[in-house]
Design a protein around this ligand. Structure first.
Ligand code: ZN
Length: 672
């Protein structure tokens, strides 16, 4: 499956989170709120999350094939049912524009053909690895593996130059590790040690399935090599700072950092256009990689490469490989109890590899021009609210305000789906060749990325497929992006009371817009260039206010005795707090708010907060709570709701909370 390098996309929720059965139990109400989702026995001023979501959590247990189950997952599941039908029809009649998606999906579903082939389709690659003689031969082989997105040792691709974002440049980034994040290799708590032991056992079992001798010894060698890579890598929190992952270098400078790796042979191998400069995100990682290559035996390197070949393809190999992959990545790491049905997985893989071919059919069925126009209107309202907010800030000087407004005016709004669909023309999809289809799709995407190097940035391109239930801000392009997949109930419904729509979809819009002004996004200017446009005094005032948010969330518990990482989640929390405030301002300024009335027993302000609360209802297993707290820049649903409302006097007023109520923080934080 295509794995895009997403360093800077500020998404609404975790990109790569385990996608999560079905329950479209919208209880009819005057306002569009789901009254059955509430727990009216709870006190909104004590725990607003329980009040807004208690009923939902009780009525929606986590399905066995999920580690986490929330409103986003519910909607994604409904979208996937639409995709399922489209793909079943395409598979039955794979002609014309449906050939690629139909044959891809049918091949993925054909488990018996996949099982009959066994691991044979991997053999050509495994033989090449086996034939490696000296480290000098490594670069062309790494190039071949990277082409099919088996990302050994590091990641390579294209991204806009942070300091001149109108141009794409090559980028070499840390990578080559099978655990979610570098700290998984280095933490010394018992839980992390347990996970590492399970990881080594998993590698060993995968080797066993390939019929490799001395599997456990080799698995230990792989672990040692990945641990060495981790030691040279940056952790996920540090990587949020764009200045820490931008180092423009010449290929000669990169070569000097890693003398043991023949970069020109690698560039030739991947078929890169001429490279004059590239972003070597972390020079220290590449220096460390050089030393690792110099000190590792050829046998260790072969074991490492073999592991990554089988790992990268595991989900599309015979059943035994799929099951073992699930045992570790699904059960051990995220707590899911059973593997998702095959069709759900194949829908997901088709979306990953041919998303804009599949997305066209999805959009035709689900997203009309009215939905696009309605959403755009809301986006404009919220942009207007941010303008008002910036103008009224007491902590920002006129100079920085002027620049902030220039940036705000330059934000481009992208809604629903791309204006121009991606052409998969040359990509060959062959019925009955599931692994080959996946590898060719990966190569197609890799070459598409390489083709951008040295060319002007295409800001019309989308980083998410149309059926995706998510949204993002791209700081290098200064645009906000809302796929058709999320512009549906419970996020948006034209029939709903506007207060509910502003609380839900409006908050999503405000969240993405705020990302242009969070700890990371604020470092980019109106054109998406990494450039200081704040006066030092204003930057300091921002940091002081943002620190209040960091401290607030750092005190919240993720699972057991593990707290949230306030610094990792800073940008998302700032975006949540700013997003809800902007959406409320926009609602109050709208014509809908001019004649306030009570619906379903709630005032307009109460419905606004409940509309917001209801999109974040979720339940999660302890394993995935732990993982997300360690890698996800987003806070869990409960924190996203209570953390925000407890900062808002407007909330306390709406629900008549007493000054000492738990949902009224003594020290209320506010950035935007
Ligand atoms: Zn976000």
């Amino acid at each position: 499956m295509v794995r895009l390098m997403k360093r800077l996309l500020c998404a609404l929720l975790f990109v790569g989170a385990p996608l999560v059965a079905i329950s479209d139990g919208q209880t009819k109400s005057e306002s569009g709120l789901e009254l059955a989702a509430l727990d009216k026995t709870a006190d909104p001023c004590t725990d607003f999350y329980e009040y807004a979501c208690g009923g939902w959590m009780k009525n929606n247990p986590i399905p066995n094939d999920r580690s986490r189950w929330g409103r986003f997952d519910e909607l994604q599941d409904r979208n996937n049912q639409v995709l399922h039908r489209i793909l079943d029809e395409a598979a039955a009649k794979p002609t014309g524009e449906n050939q690629k998606i139909g044959d891809y999906y049918a091949s993925c579903m054909d488990e018996s053909t996949i099982n009959a082939k066994g691991a044979a389709p991997l053999q050509p690659l495994l033989s090449k690895i086996d034939a490696l003689k000296t480290p000098n031969d490594l670069a062309p082989l790494v190039a071949e593996l990277h082409t099919i997105q088996t990302n050994v040792f590091f990641n390579f691709g294209s991204e806009a130059d942070f300091k001149d974002s109108s141009l794409e440049m090559a980028i070499a980034d840390q990578g080559g590790m099978g655990l979610p994040e570098r700290d998984y290799y280095l933490r010394d708590d018992p839980k992390s040690a347990e996970q590492r032991k399970a990881y080594v056992e998993h590698i060993s079992k995968m080797f066993g399935l390939l019929g490799i001798s001395e599997a456990s010894t080799k698995a230990e060698k792989v672990m040692a090599l990945e641990t060495a890579l981790a030691k040279g890598a940056l952790d996920v929190t540090t990587r949020r700072d764009p200045t820490k992952i931008y180092h423009k270098q010449t290929p000669q400078e990169l070569q000097a950092m890693t003398p043991q790796f023949q970069w020109q042979r690698y560039f030739d191998g991947i078929g890169a256009p001429p490279i004059y400069a590239l972003n070597v995100t972390e020079p220290d990682f590449f220096k460390s990689l050089g030393k690792i290559l110099a000190s590792s035996s050829m046998d260790d390197i072969k074991a490492y490469l073999t592991w990554h070949v089988v790992h990268a393809s595991a989900t599309i190999l015979p059943t035994a490989f799929v099951n073992e992959n699930f045992e570790f990545y699904g059960k051990t790491m995220t707590g899911a109890k059973e593997l998702r049905p095959r069709w759900k997985r194949c829908v997901q893989y088709t979306d990953g590899d041919l998303g804009e071919a599949l997305g066209q059919a999805f959009v035709k069925e689900t997203f009309g021009p009215e939905a696009k126009a309605d959403t755009l209107k809301m986006v404009h309202d919220i942009e207007g609210a941010l303008e008002k907010d910036i103008n009224s800030l007491t902590w920002m000087t006129a100079d920085t305000k002027r620049e902030a407004l220039v940036k705000l005016k330059a934000v481009a709004d992208k809604i629903g789906y791309p204006d121009k669909w991606r052409d998969y023309g040359p990509l060959k999809i062959v019925r009955g060749d599931a692994l080959g289809n996946s590898q060719r799709a990966n190569a197609f995407e890799f070459h598409r990325q390489l083709g951008k190097i040295g060319k002007p940035t295409d800001k019309s391109e989308w980083g998410m497929t149309p059926p995706t239930v998510n949204a993002y801000y791209n700081p290098l392009q200064n645009n906000i992006n809302f796929p058709a997949g999320i512009l549906q109930p419970p996020f948006y419904n034209a029939k709903n009371d506007p207060a509910v729509n502003f609380g839900a979809a409006g908050m999503v819009v405000g969240h993405e817009l705020t990302h242009g002004f969070d700890d990371s996004g604020r470092q980019f200017d109106a054109r998406g260039n990494l450039k200081e446009w704040w006066t030092p005094k204003d930057a300091e005032a921002f940091n002081e206010r943002a620190q209040c948010i960091v401290d607030e969330y750092s005190n919240m518990t993720a699972v057991d005795d593990l707290k949230l990482n306030g610094k990792l989640t800073e940008g998302e929390n700032v975006a949540d707090n700013g997003g809800v405030r902007l959406a409320l301002m926009a609602y109050l300024a709208s014509s809908a708010a001019s004649s306030p009335k009570t619906l379903d027993g709630f005032t307009p302000e109460q419905r606004f907060f409940l509309g917001f609360g209801q999109i974040w209802c979720e339940s999660a297993r302890p394993e995935v709570k732990r993982m997300l707290a360690q890698v996800d820049p987003h806070s869990p649903g409960q924190a996203r709701i209570n953390g925000v409302v407890s900062n808002m006097p407007e909330f306390a007023k709406a629900f008549s909370c007493k000054a000492d109520a738990p949902m009224v923080r003594k020290n209320q934080c506010r950035v935007w």
